[in-house]
Write a protein that binds this ligand. Structure first.
Ligand SMILES: C=C(O[C@H]1C=CC=C(C(=O)O)[C@@H]1O)C(=O)O
Length: 354
């Protein structure tokens, strides 16, 4: 289907307030859409039917779901031509800044008292959209980030979400899986990249926690060396992790529950970090740092991504979600700046609509 017809169909579906999801896999030039034919809110706890799941940060075994069986499935070939990105300037809000810095300082205090090694702090930034258009959003989002997993999800009950995430939670093909440890952030420059001990330690913590958790369900685990990975205008440290599941009976839900929430979005130890986040962050993450993705071949093939570099759009306001891992070596002002830099991923998409 050509892009114009595809976009018209999506716009009409959205106008009728019917649920839909659009997604494109990293490095692929196809956008797939599932247009649900009713407004039912489906839930899935088995991840074994074909469709698309959307799970919150507070995942407790059940995710929202758009089933293929109740949807029209359409695809569109689309050339990803990443456009020239100029940073979008937005005014800093002093209250937001000092609240975030206070949260980071509180986390550092807890780490110094040895209650945790790492906790991920986050915040949401609200922006007025004077010229919201789903057509513009779709074209910019899907063309800007060729190496990301891009998506738009809409359901009247969850609202309108979209993002361009660099982080795989888990990718399954029969009994083999792939995942990654992603942590450490710096802005992209053309110069040679070097990583300090804070980023290297933080990334190692994430790798160790993921591999330890995966040992419960795997028979073979391969772990690469960390390397620099570009996500839009940011660089991260990434380790590839792959392996074989111990039993073919290990369900996708079980694997998701073993790896989610990873220390890249929650912390170490996981239970303490999650409780800290719920009690101290001062807002509800809802679907940010949850996970999402397509389920195919009745659960034998699936790609679940972590919901990062994302936003929720309602009533002409965009709520962009950003965060960062806090460790003993964190400097509060740098952590604030890191979240400012991360805002740019969605700001680039929104810029003509602000
Ligand atoms: C929590 C976020 O990023 C995570 C993923 C990659 C690098 C991160 C970091 O350097 O702190 C974060 O752990 C976010 O982008 O909102």
């Amino acid at each position: 289907m050509d892009l114009q017809l595809f976009t018209q169909k999506i716009s009409a579906h959205f106008k009728n307030e019917l649920p839909f999801v659009l997604f494109s896999l990293p490095q692929e030039n196809t956008i797939t859409a599932l247009l649900q034919q009713s407004s039912v809110l489906y839930k899935s706890d088995e991840f074994s039917a074909n469709g698309f799941i959307f799970a919150p940060f507070k995942f407790e075994g059940e995710a929202f779901f758009i089933p293929e069986s109740n949807s029209e499935k359409i695809t569109c070939e689309f050339t990803k031509t990443s456009f020239q990105m100029e940073p979008v300037a937005i005014a800093e809000n002093d209250v937001e800044k000092y609240e975030y810095i206070a949260l980071v300082e509180k986390i550092i205090e807890h780490i110094k008292k040895r209650k945790a090694k790492k906790i991920v702090a986050s915040r949401s930034k609200d922006l007025n959209l004077d010229h919201f258009s789903i057509d513009t959003l779709l074209t910019r989002l899907f063309s800007a980030y060729p190496s990301a997993f891009c998506y738009i999800w809409y359901h009247p009950e969850t609202g309108f979400w979209c993002g361009a995430t660099p982080e795989t939670l888990v990718q399954i093909t029969n009994d083999t899986f792939k995942t990654m440890a992603l942590a450490g952030t710096q802005p992209y420059t053309a110069n040679e990249v070097s990583w300090g001990p804070k980023e290297l330690d933080e990334q190692q913590l994430v790798t160790d926690a993921i591999t330890t958790n995966l040992q419960r369900v795997t028979s073979l685990l391969k772990v690469s060396n960390p390397y620099t990975y570009q996500a839009g205008s940011l660089l991260h440290l990434k380790t590839d992790i792959s392996g074989v599941l111990r039993s073919r009976k290990t369900t996708l839900t079980k694997i998701a529950a073993v790896v989610h929430p990873t220390p890249a979005v929650c912390g170490v130890p996981q239970k303490y970090a999650k409780q800290f986040i719920l009690e101290n962050e001062g807002y509800d993450r809802t679907f940010y740092t949850g996970f999402l993705g397509p389920i195919q071949e009745n659960g034998n093939r699936a790609i679940l991504m972590v919901n990062l570099r994302c936003m929720k759009i309602d009533n002409h306001t965009a709520h962009i979600f950003v965060g960062g891992g806090i460790t003993i070596g964190s400097k509060p002002m740098d952590e604030w700046q890191e979240t400012q830099n991360k805002l740019q991923t969605m700001l680039q998409v929104l810029s003509p609509m602000l």
